[in-house]
Design a binder for this molecule. Structure first.
Ligand code: IPM
Ligand code: MG
Length: 358
């Protein structure tokens, strides 16, 4: 039996996760999966209940689970509370405590959505990029960090730090994954200014020696940001550190028409993982039933593929998503004229039905 922990979180999190669970139930039925589901609070919801965005009980359940399906966290309600108790800290502690260092963020353009992209269809059609973001190091976790008084004013500071072993292990993940795709890795750095990424470039170059079939290139992050909107199809796998990966993955998401379409997997050394949509909690539309559940549903597909080793189930979920897009169903964020605007629940139900039909 596989144990899956559901962490709905805040904002639109509970609505979209509910639809992913609906799809999971349909997958269970069709494929006869043996799955136990549990749920726990995280983020602002957990803070409201327990005064902690990652209560010990939630962390214990996360450690015990085979995989975690995560919604989204955060919202204006918790923006001004003590920094260590903010919802985002809960997610960061979860990633760090579980050693989820490899964040996979695919940006794939569905042909049905070529018109929803803010770029010209010919620039994005056929787009299939995988961003591999280091997730438990870099400036997100480096010490020292803080805000202190200095000469009568406040000074804010953070530390961008990566050890060789941290750089090498994420590079290996990128090379391995590229080997299953188009054999190209572009490592993104700012080696012309930052020592930490000068070393990154050196270590990634060295790690590439074990992968003679992979074509490795390097790009400064400012140029990469530009190339992503200029000619995104030049990329296959992009590997980068925590902060650059955060920024570039939002940019890549937008190429696909909506950040509501981008799933992600965060894996540890043993492929145990946390799966979450790349978008945030969208407090402005929470509770209205209009959020796009597809990123979360495709995160479930990644969960099947990577943690449960059920590529067949993942493919079937993916196919069901394509089917509803073919039928013209669209949530507001991907709606274009001539298609049918549907709610979060209608979208989830349609995918579940398509999956059940097979
Ligand atoms: C993401 C998010 C998080 C991050 C926030 C919510 C802490 O933006 O997963 O990309 O910065 O990693
Ligand atoms: Mg982000």
């Amino acid at each position: 039996m596989s144990h899956i922990l559901i962490l709905p979180g805040d904002g639109i999190g509970p609505e979209i996760v509910q639809e992913a669970v609906r799809v999971l139930r349909a997958a269970e039925q069709r494929f006869g999966l043996d799955i136990s589901l549990d749920e726990a609070p995280v983020g602002g919801a957990a803070y409201d209940l327990h005064g902690d965005p990652l209560p010990q009980s939630t962390l214990d359940k996360a450690r015990a689970a085979d995989a975690i399906l995560f919604g989204s966290i955060g919202g204006p309600k918790w923006d001004t509370i003590e920094r260590d108790k903010r919802p985002e800290r809960g997610l960061l502690r979860l990633r760090s405590s579980l050693g989820l260092f490899a964040n996979l963020r695919p940006a794939i353009l569905f042909p049905q959505l070529a018109d929803a992209s803010s770029l010209k269809p010919e620039v994005v059609s056929g787009l299939d990029i995988l961003i591999v973001r280091e997730l438990t190091g870099g400036i997100y976790f480096g010490q020292p960090r803080g805000i202190r008084e200095e000469n009568g004013e406040r000074v804010g500071f953070n530390t961008d730090v990566y050890s060789e072993s941290e750089m090498r292990r994420i590079a290996k993940v990128a090379f391995e994954l590229a080997g299953q795709r188009n054999n190209k890795v572009c490592s993104v750095d700012k080696a012309n200014v930052l020592e930490v990424t000068e070393l990154w470039k050196e270590v990634v170059t060295d790690a590439a020696k074990d992968y003679p079939n992979i074509e490795l290139s390097h790009m400064y992050v400012d140029n990469a940001a530009m190339q992503l909107v200029r000619a995104p199809k030049q990329f296959d796998v992009i590997v980068t550190g925590n902060l650059f990966g955060d920024i570039l993955s939002d940019e890549a998401a937008m190429l696909t028409g909506s950040i509501g379409m981008l799933p992600s997997a965060s894996l540890d050394e043993n492929r145990k993982g946390l799966y979450e949509p790349c978008h945030g909690s969208a407090p402005d539309i929470a509770g209205q039933g209009i959020a796009n559940p597809l990123a979360t549903i495709m995160s479930l597909a990644m969960l099947m593929r990577y943690s449960l080793e059920r590529g067949d189930v993942a493919d079937a979920i993916q196919a069901a998503v394509e089917q509803v897009l073919d039928q013209g169903l669209r949530t507001a964020d991907i709606y274009t004229e001539g298609t049918r605007k549907v709610s979060t629940e209608e979208m989830g139900a349609a995918v579940a039905e398509a999956l059940a039909r097979g």
